[in-house]
Every structure is written in C-alpha cells, then in structure tokens.
Ligand binder design. Structure first.
Ligand code: C2E
Ligand code: CA
Ligand code: CA
Length: 451
C-alpha cells in the first residue's frame, strides 16, 4: 500500500517536472514561464514595470549541424551557466524553444538599466565557449536579444511575449543584436500585416497600374526607351510605395503572377504607342529574384511575348546583381535562354552596395544602369565622379550600354553625357508617367508621332 502511494507521488513528481521544466537544462519551460508571468502581472501595482529579455542563440542550429547534437546540448548548458551567473538569482530564466531563453527581470524598470543588462548579456557571450574533448580552439555563440517592457509593450502575457519575439526578430534581421520593442516596430508589423492581407486580392481587383519613365539618348536627346514601374492604389485610394509592397509580393509568392502581369501590360503599352503613331520604344521591366525560382518562368515570359507579337529586341529585363547571389547557376541558365530569345538584359542599381565583378562577367547582359547613389554625388565629389567614369570604362570593355539613373540636375546630365554615358533616366527629364502623360511628353520631346 505504502509502496503504491510512494510510486504515485514519484509518478506525479515526474509528470510535474515534465510539464513545467526543460529536460536538458532543468530551467522552467514555457508553461512555467506563463504561470510565473501571470502571477507577476496579477501582483503588479499600476506603477510597476519589468523587462522581458528574449534571448536567442542565433547559431545553435549551425553548431548542431556541424558538431552534432551532443555538442549543441553542451553549448546550451554552458549558455545557461553564463546567464545564471550574470543574473545572480535576481531574475527568472526559462527555456522556451531549443535555441531560445526568456529572462524576466522584475526589478528592472529603468530603460538605461535594462539596456546595460542586455549589453552585459551580449558581452558575456563574446568569449569563446570551451568544451572538453572538442577539437577546435574556440566555439562562439551569437546571441540576439529582443526586449519588451511591461506594461507598455503588453499588459498581458501573450502580448508581452509576442512583442519580445518581434524585437528579437528585428535583432536577428538587422545588425543590431539588441533591440527594444517600440511603437515604431509594432506599427511597422501591423502595417505589413495589413498590406499583406490587402495584396492578396489586388490583382483581381485591378488595383495595380504601371507608370513609365522615359530613358533619353545622350546623343539625340530623344526618348529611346521606357521603364515600366509598378504602382498600387488600394481600394481606399491609398498609394503604397513599391519599396513597401514589392518585398511582400516576393515573400508571399504573389510576385509570380504580378510580375507576369507587369510584362503583359508593358508590352500592351509598347504596342499602344506604336498604334498611336509613335516609333517603337524599348520597354524595360524589373524582375525579382523570386520569379526565377519557378520552372515555368521562361515559358510564361515566352507566351506573353508571343501573345503580343513584340519584337524581342524592344524588350529589356532588368535584374539586380544582388539577386544573383542565390541559385546563381540556375538564374544564369534562365538569363541565357532569355538572351537566346533576343531579349536585352540590363544590370540595375549597379554600384549600390557590393558588386562582384566575378559574377558580372559570368552573366549575359547588354546594359549597366549606374545607381542613383553614385549619380547623386558626381558633381561635387571627386570620388563618385571617378567611380562613374570607371563603371563606364568597364561597361564599354564588356561591350555594354550605359544608363545613368536618378539624374535630377542639369549639371549631372552634362557630366554623364561628357563622360560618354549613353542614356539618362531621371527626374531631370521626367518622373515616371501614366500613359496619357507619357504620350504628351513624347510629343513634346520630339520623339513624337511619325509622319
Ligand atoms: P528601380 O528599378 O531602381 O526604379 C527606379 C526608381 O527610381 C523608381 O522608383 C523611380 O521613380 C525612381 N527615380 C527615377 N528617377 C529618379 C530621380 O531622378 N530621383 C529620384 N529621387 N528617384 C528617381 P519607384 O517607382 O519607387 O520604384 C522603386 C523600386 O521598386 C524600383 O527601383 C524597383 O526595384 C522596384 N519596382 C518597381 N516596379 C517593379 C516591378 O514591376 N517589379 C519588380 N520586381 N520591382 C519593381
Ligand atoms: Ca529598374
Ligand atoms: Ca535602379
């Protein structure tokens, strides 16, 4: 009888441990954390504040993959030692996922002190973790720390945890390893969520349109090409800038259909202009790296071109160099197919960020577009002027044509023309225009109607 009740108690203890503690570290798990936070909030006065540190071991997965789970586990245990030592029993520590810890600091309310503490945590992980028997000199753990403060970042457990996650996500995706949750961050996430919802129906609801920005020849002064730029006006008549919605189109995969729609509409415009008596203008469309991931991308592009019967020599596809970093071979393969079809390829935003000449020589392209950030400074900074000249020499050596982008002033236009740039695109000549305004512009700049 006695043995039975002892067994029962042991069993219940085990069950309790399993429900509320992490097996590897003996720390509290998520359930225990929730209970703790709920009690803490219940017992808080109106003026009480406390901080939640959401700490992620950023490279634990890589450590697991490289050295095996046993080593990974030891790294986790060592990390707990570091955290416990630092918090000296003043905080509550929980392990909520394999690579994530939550530290609650009840007596920590002043944001300066909170930041100091976060910095201390980050610093204590700057030393290598030494493990007996491991045959490498130093194993470094990278931590990201997101911070949410009660009650401003959440007066209930769920909101508080969600916002600490948000701050941690931001810490992971930017170079700042410590990020406080802020109204700005919350606002941005809310806005993005809203945009994402709205985008799903935008194509069917005909909320997208195109504007066209003229590309002017430095020799003739006439428009020789137009770049199609996507515009989105929501059902409540708000215009959302492409920098905000295109990344979401990419994340959601909606870019596949929208990208093809852009090509379709751009070719429609090319033909419309010819039908209205204008000479054929080269039309360029921007491609996103995501579009290249679909096997039927080349086929779909081919179908659209055949449907509109546009001579491929009037079509240009703009790619950015950064998009070549992933699946390089496959992207190049698709670009080669486009080239074989007679389409032109332009390398967009050249000189913005890092440019790999190694990659550049391996891809087929006809044009380099010098990025606005270089053009901005050409007339008052010798360095930028020289960079522009070098890019032009490079392009000519590689037998490519050069367009200067974002040209806003007369001085910039003269400068790029004098260094033998071929074409100019920028507010100096024209902003991107809807179709009617484009026709008006073409008539005025002498690209006008034939005959
Ligand atoms: P981008 O391809 O570099 O396009 C040029 C951007 O520079 C356009 O901004 C244009 O309005 C702006 N711009 C042109 N000249 C000037 C100037 O003189 N001064 C200034 N300040 N800006 C100038 P926009 O239309 O906001 O487009 C932003 C980006 O969105 C584009 O940069 C492109 O990367 C992307 N985008 C636009 N349409 C599409 C599309 O259909 N598909 C994809 N994948 N991306 C697109
Ligand atoms: Ca472009
Ligand atoms: Ca550009």
């Amino acid at each position: 009888m006695l043995a039975d009740s002892k067994k029962k108690i042991l069993y219940e203890e085990k069950l309790y441990k399993f429900a509320y503690f992490d097996e590897v570290t003996d720390l509290a798990n998520r359930n225990m954390l929730n209970n703790y936070l709920e009690k803490l909030i219940q017992n808080s006065n109106e003026t009480d504040k406390f901080a939640v540190f959401n700490i992620e071991l950023d490279n634990l997965r890589t450590i697991n993959d490289t050295f095996g789970h046993d080593i990974g586990e030891q790294v986790v245990i060592k990390s707990v030692d570091i955290l416990s030592e630092l918090m000296k029993n003043c905080c509550f520590i929980a392990r909520v996922t394999e690579e994530k810890f939550i530290v609650v600091a009840p007596a920590c309310s002043d944001s300066k002190k909170i930041e100091e503490r976060a910095k201390k945590i980050a610093e204590s992980f700057k030393h290598p973790i030494l493990l007996p028997g491991l045959d490498i000199e130093a194993l470094f753990v990278i931590v990201n720390i997101g911070i949410a403060v009660y009650p401003e970042d959440g007066s209930d457990v769920n909101t508080l945890m969600k916002n600490s996650d948000l701050a941690n996500y931001e810490a992971r995706s930017t170079d700042d390893r410590i990020v406080f949750c802020s109204d700005q961050l919350k606002g941005r996430v809310e806005e993005n969520t809203l945009i994402t919802h709205k985008l799903f129906n935008s194509l069917q609801n005909e909320e997208f349109s195109l504007e066209f920005q003229p590309q002017v020849s430095c020799i003739s002064g006439k428009t020789v090409g137009i770049e199609a730029l996507l515009r989105w006006t929501t059902s409540d008549k708000k215009r959302i800038p492409p920098d905000k919605f295109i990344p979401i189109l990419e994340q959601t995969g909606l870019i596949h259909n929208v990208g093809l729609w852009v090509l379709d509409q751009a070719l429609l415009e090319h033909n419309r202009l010819i039908a209205n008596g204008f000479p054929p203008l080269r039309v360029s469309v921007n491609l996103s790296v995501v579009q290249f991931r679909k096997d039927d991308f080349v086929d779909n592009v081919t179908k659209i071109i055949e449907k509109h019967r546009v001579d491929p020599k009037y079509i240009e596809l703009e790619i950015t160099e950064s998009m070549l970093s992933k699946n390089f071979a496959d992207t190049v393969d698709k670009l080669v197919q486009f080239k074989k079809m007679g389409l032109n390829i332009a390398v967009d935003d050249f000189g913005k960020g890092y440019s790999s000449l190694h990659r550049l020589v391996l891809i087929p392209f006809d044009r380099i577009k010098i990025d606005k950030s270089i053009i901005d400074n050409v007339t008052f900074e010798k360095k930028s002027a020289n960079v522009a000249k070098i890019i032009i020499t490079l392009a000519k050596t590689l037998k490519a044509v050069i367009t200067a982008e974002g040209v806003e002033t007369r001085e910039q236009a003269h400068f790029v023309r004098d260094i033998a740039c071929d074409e100019i695109q920028g507010y100096y000549f024209s902003r991107p225009l809807p179709t009617e305004a484009l026709e008006k512009f073409l008539k005025e700049d002498g690209t006008g109607v034939r005959g």
